[in-house]
Design a protein around this ligand. Structure first.
Ligand code: ADP
Ligand code: ZN
Ligand code: ZN
Length: 677
């Protein structure tokens, strides 16, 4: 008699079917009082362990091809690796609306798919340059089975022709009758890429999967991928779990980007799952980046991945000249409350020259809002959030104080809430204040701002970008949003105004991310090519111009930067030289989170008596309280993946048990391969 399992998201449940169903079949089954979508995981016939009268029957079988063995293996692996239920993993990969359609609706949707007319291919492929040719040949040899499948790191700057390599390799896969999966980090980048693939291959062959779609769109494109009708599937991280019965090639563009790692749910890395999926199917995968993640770079150094380098930027000017400005030598006002001007005089002058020549400048400031905190000089009151251990940010446009952690928003007080002082002042600078200061520093200049505040409304990002492309903007101010992917033709100056705060974060990946951000931002300059006879420039305002990171940036030397970082990581025993998992817990009171983790650590050591692992003591999260929840975390480390995986699998049941006895704990989660610790 099988033990019934009642966690619908855990292990498979048993049902009776009129006839054996092939594994992967999609079915509707009763669960409690509801009817839910199910995936047949395995079929058992005539077993004394499963008396038919003890099992509920399957309601109906969906008229769709079963999910294939490759997809099921991927889900099984992902669930096990990230310590989640099989059902939860499978459900996250399937469009929710699939369960709600009845037979006739489903049949109608499927019928509509081959009938949708496309515009057909219009763009011809350019002849490849030598570096591109070499990269395509490697992928081609793998596609044709002439060399064993092995990930290829395509290392090349923005504009070096990586996308063209993807397009050529995709053409070969399509010619073999295979499907191609292309992953990009951000929704914003999918329309650009979709347009390029559609122009080359015809829109009817392309499907898109990302979180910005309506449920109906997601269902349609999922069905097009699953039926094999869409041969090219472009998407963000959720697309890695799409059903692709003829998958022959995977592309991960900007593979280093943190967006590939989910920050909730199973916290899976789409990049890592893509690598696993390709290895399991023995198909090629290409990971593209100008600044690869240190994990990927290390894999290439070790010979586990192949590397193909694209040296030159095609049709573009050489790389921008990097100018490091030492802020400590500037004659700025000092003392409490004194906010130095946002730009050093030389930089201001350089921007004025650009404006006079009709060229554009990009200013990167990684902080939105007007000022990060308001301060009362009389009693030292600061604009803290009552629900979080964080300051509330002053937004001048709507005169609010907003918490960027929990969203708590109030009108800004006219006087100090504690002492009544009328003279409360903003400290520091965000993009909103920078824009205001530029209005007086650069009178008459046409300014625009790109950050989470100015792009909230649907279409506003596109509208702002269109203004920049049309040349209606002289200076664009923004957060890291401006560094990503946009092809700005007239930009000849990029400046990072205050990158040091990212350098000194407690997060061990902060330098890696900063280097990538600055390289990427620099890549926005000089795409203009022949537009200007003046070389493009990237300015960095810093207190640490001698820092190895900035020195490597000045030489555009990613390899040197990576080597120095890998050395540091090795001596500190950090990834990729160690494997980590992070247990986080939220609780209504601080002791609750702490005590839960202490008990968890004890339970952990009990499942790992061999001491292959290192169980760190629990510590508060860097922002310990958010929305009245106290957050604690603890790290588990191991030099090898397998013992860590085994220990985690043994640990999870104990954690479920502990949750029941620690009543104030509202949630807990394991983050395998966490990005930030
Ligand atoms: P990346 O993806 O590395 O940013 P792209 O593939 O977008 O680079 O190439 C940059 C620009 O150069 C694009 O406008 C592209 O059409 C063009 N390009 C790429 N490869 C070639 C080539 N072999 N011949 C001519 N133009 C090319
Ligand atoms: Zn006060
Ligand atoms: Zn808050």
């Amino acid at each position: 008699m099988p033990t019934p399992q009642h966690s619908g998201l855990g292990q498979p449940l048993d049902y009776r079917a009129p006839a054996p169903l092939p594994p992967g079949s999609l079915v509707r089954v009763p669960l409690g009082r509801r009817q839910v979508l199910g995936v047949v995981w395995e079929t058992v016939t005539d077993s004394p362990d499963y008396p038919p009268e003890a099992l509920k029957p399957v309601d109906s079988v969906l008229a769709l091809a079963p999910l294939d063995a490759g997809w099921r293996a991927l889900i099984r692996f992902a669930a096990a690796y990230y310590q989640r239920g099989l059902g939860e993993m499978a459900a996250s990969a399937l469009p929710g609306t699939l369960a709600q359609l009845d037979e006739t609706q489903l049949a109608r949707r499927l019928k509509r798919l081959p009938t949708e007319a496309g515009v057909g291919a219009v763009a011809a492929a350019p002849a490849l340059q030598a570096g591109q040719q070499a990269a395509v040949e490697r992928l081609s040899a793998q596609l044709h089975g002439q060399s064993p499948a092995q990930p290829v790191l395509l290392w090349g700057l923005t504009g070096s022709g990586k996308t063209e390599v993807y397009l050529h390799a995709a053409a070969q896969a399509l010619a073999l009758g295979r499907q191609v999966l292309v992953l990009v980090p951000e929704i914003n980048l999918t329309p650009q890429l979709q347009a390029r693939f559609a122009a080359r291959f015809g829109a009817e062959r392309v499907a898109c999967l990302h979180s910005g779609l309506t449920p109906a769109q997601r269902l349609r494109d999922w069905l097009r991928a699953h039926s094999g009708q869409a041969e090219l599937v472009l998407g963000t991280r959720l697309a890695v779990l799409a059903s692709l019965p003829r998958l022959g090639l995977i592309v991960v563009d900007e593979e280093h980007d943190a967006s590939f790692k989910a920050q909730d749910g199973a916290r899976q890395s789409a990049r890592d799952l893509a690598v696993w999926r390709a290895a399991n199917l023995r198909i090629p995968i290409v990971l593209g980046s100008a600044t690869p993640s240190l994990e990927t770079w290390h894999n290439a150094q070790q010979g586990r991945y192949q590397r193909a380098d694209l040296i030159e930027r095609i049709g573009a000017a050489p790389l921008p000249k990097v100018r490091l400005v030492d802020l400590s030598n500037q004659p700025f006002p000092k003392g409490p409350g004194a906010t130095p001007p946002p730009l050093v005089p030389q930089l201001l002058q350089a921007i004025e020259q650009r404006i006079a020549r009709g060229e554009q400048s990009l200013l990167l400031l990684n902080r939105r809002g007007y000022a990060p905190v308001l301060h009362c000089g009389q009693c030292s009151w600061r604009s803290g959030c009552p629900h979080c251990s964080a300051w509330r940010v002053f937004h001048k446009s709507d005169r609010t104080l907003r918490c960027h952690h929990c969203g708590f928003t109030e009108r800004v007080p006219t006087a100090c809430p504690d002492c009544g002082n009328q003279d409360i002042a903003p400290i520091g600078r965000g993009t909103e204040r920078l824009e205001e200061q530029l209005e007086s520093l650069l009178p008459g200049a046409r300014l625009a701002r790109l950050d989470a505040d100015t792009t909230k409304l649907a279409g506003s990002l596109e509208a702002q970008l269109a203004r920049v492309h049309a040349g209606e903007v002289d200076v664009l101010v923004g957060t890291q949003m401006i560094a990503k992917g946009h092809d700005f033709r007239r930009v000849t100056l990029v400046a990072a105004l205050n990158p040091d705060n990212l350098l000194y974060s407690s997060d061990f990946r902060a330098p890696e991310r900063l280097f990538a951000l600055l390289m990427q931002a620099g890549g926005r300059a000089g795409r203009a090519g022949a537009l200007s006879e003046h070389p493009a420039e990237m300015w960095v305002q810093t207190h640490q111009p001698r820092h190895p990171l900035y020195q490597a940036l000045q030489r555009h030397d990613f390899a040197a930067f990576a080597a120095s970082q890998l050395e540091e990581r090795q001596s500190a025993g950090l990834p990729p030289f160690a494997h980590l998992a992070l247990l986080r817990a939220d609780s209504r009171d601080e002791e609750g989170a702490r005590d839960f983790l202490r008990a968890a650590a004890e339970a952990g050591r009990a499942v790992d008596p061999g001491e292959a692992l290192f169980w760190y003591p629990p510590i508060p999260h860097p922002v310990p309280k958010v929305a009245n929840q106290w957050r604690w975390q603890m790290l588990v480390e191991c030099s090898q993946r397998a013992p860590l995986q085994r220990a985690l699998a043994g640990w999870v049941p104990a954690l479920h048990g502990l949750k029941r006895t620690h009543k104030s704990v509202t949630r807990w989660a394991i983050d395998v391969d966490p990005l930030a610790i």
